[in-house]
Design a protein around this ligand. Structure first.
Ligand SMILES: Cc1ncc(COP(=O)(O)O)c(C=O)c1O
Length: 440
């Protein structure tokens, strides 16, 4: 039977009851759900190609990509290029995934059983394994029904935001925060001033990219209190959960929030060193059921648009998550060592103040422009560092902090030593002398 076509609002699904039940011929399952009587059909001659950018495209921009693109400068031919910008632990060859994870994926492939679609919200075995994995991190075992898989933490954030906010609403995202030289905290007063009637959620990222800070319990309690006062749910981006060092302890917002909704968002990307495997999740934590289950059902509904993330990796999740804590501790010890190497290496560079991280995989370095000549902001500092020393660091502008740059900690020890030496030389060559100051 020929299929009838029908106009369908671009975001509505055309199909019903698919792919929950298996069929050899899914086409026979297609059932249009919207049928219109057309009164506005036009002749082919009146049609033109409609090629304008959609609103979604116009409204999408990635400031990091944009800023990095705008920094296209040639590196110095006398030096090998050292990029310290890439937040992907797999690219430097220093943080490989555990062999357990690699074997788990091979096994799934060999089994030849997970090549088809799965449930849109994720395989039950994977969600159960995530619930067990999260118990020590969240200090409770989330109900499997409240766990929804996504394509990485990015996909989980997209689900959470799309579920909560409408066009015209706002979601507050703190900038890196206020540096107190070993501590970055959210400026609670400025956060409170930003809340208006259109605020639908606040995103807190802990442990933090880019600062490497790990929130302390008393600070988190104040944040939760503020959200409770204004009745605002928290989207807790905890993608670096468990990646702490320097004696810091990760505490989840789920643990602190006793009477407000939190959506915990995370993935295997960072802690398991496999960002390309694209598995993440949302955990809806609504301890007094303020949303009456609507967050969970809403996010599950959204998952039906994409029918779940990569099924092969989903099937491997129970084994991947069984990697022993000792492996994670080893990775954290390596991150701590890298943080110390960077700190000690940069400490003596004139005009730079490294800020010790205690989590995630980054370190922020403050630039004291009063001690350096030729630079007025992070962008021209970072560009000159590439063109003079072939070391590429990420300008703080990417995160709204113009007197910082960020380095990644996942690079090899020899490259850290080399990069720090070049950064120190660069700052010494650009330090202001008494003469420069007198000439001002
Ligand atoms: C704070 C933060 N949230 C989310 C993500 C996205 O993680 P995923 O690769 O799992 O989508 C990143 C990636 O760098 C991140 O730094």
């Amino acid at each position: 039977m020929p299929l009838k076509l029908c106009p369908c609002p671009a975001v509505n699904l055309l199909l019903r009851d698919w792919p929950q039940h298996k069929t050899d011929n899914p086409i026979s399952e297609l059932e249009p759900i919207l049928l219109f009587d057309r009164t506005d059909a036009i002749s082919a001659d009146d049609r033109k190609w409609l090629t304008n950018e959609s609103e979604a495209v116009q409204n999408t921009n990635n400031p990091i990509r944009q800023i990095v693109e705008s920094m296209r400068v040639k590196s110095h031919e006398d030096y090998s290029f050292i990029p310290l910008t890439i937040g992907d632990p797999s690219v430097y060859g220093n943080f490989d995934p555990s062999p357990i994870a690699v074997e788990a994926v091979k096994e799934v492939l060999d089994n030849n059983k997970d090549n088809g679609y799965g449930p849109a919200e994720g395989l039950p075995e994977a969600r159960k394994a995530i619930s067990e994995y999260l118990e020590p991190l969240l200090s409770y075992k989330p109900d499997v029904n409240n766990i929804i898989l996504a394509s990485g933490a990015s996909g989980a954030l997209e689900f959470s935001i799309t579920c909560i906010a409408e066009r015209g609403d706002n979601i507050l995202v703190p900038r890196p925060g206020f540096p107190q030289y070993s501590d970055w905290a959210v400026d609670i007063e400025s956060l409170e001033n930003m809340i208006d009637e259109k605020t639908r959620a606040v995103v807190f990222n802990n442990p933090s990219n880019p600062t490497g800070a790990v929130f302390k319990q008393d600070h988190m309690e104040l944040l939760v209190e503020l959200c409770e006062k204004y009745k605002i749910p928290i989207i807790a981006d905890e993608v670096y959960a468990g990646m702490t060092f320097n004696k810091a302890r990760f505490i989840s917002f789920c643990q602190i929030a006793k009477s407000i909704p939190v959506i915990h968002v995370s993935s295997i990307s960072k802690r398991f060193m496999v960002p390309g495997w694209r598995i993440g999740w949302c955990v809806v934590h609504d301890p007094i059921d303020i949303f009456k289950g609507r967050l969970t059902t809403g996010i599950k509904k959204l998952t039906t648009r994409l029918v779940g993330p990569n099924k092969l990796i989903q099937a491997a999740i129970p084994k991947i998550l069984s990697i022993p804590l000792s492996w994670h501790n080893e990775q954290n010890a390596k991150l701590e060592e890298a943080a110390n190497d960077f700190y000690n290496g940069i400490m003596h560079a004139p005009g730079l103040i490294p800020i010790t991280p205690s989590g995630a995989m980054y370190m922020m370095v403050k630039i004291d422009f009063s001690q350096l000549k030729n630079f007025s902001d992070d962008m021209n500092f970072c560009k000159a560092l590439v063109s003079e020393k072939s070391v590429f660091v990420l300008p703080g502008s990417c995160f709204g902090s113009t007197d910082f740059f960020r380095v990644v900690l996942t690079i090899t020890k020899d490259k850290i030593t080399e990069a720090c030496q070049r950064i120190v030389d660069f700052c010494k060559e650009n330090v202001k002398t008494a003469n420069d100051s007198a000439n001002l």
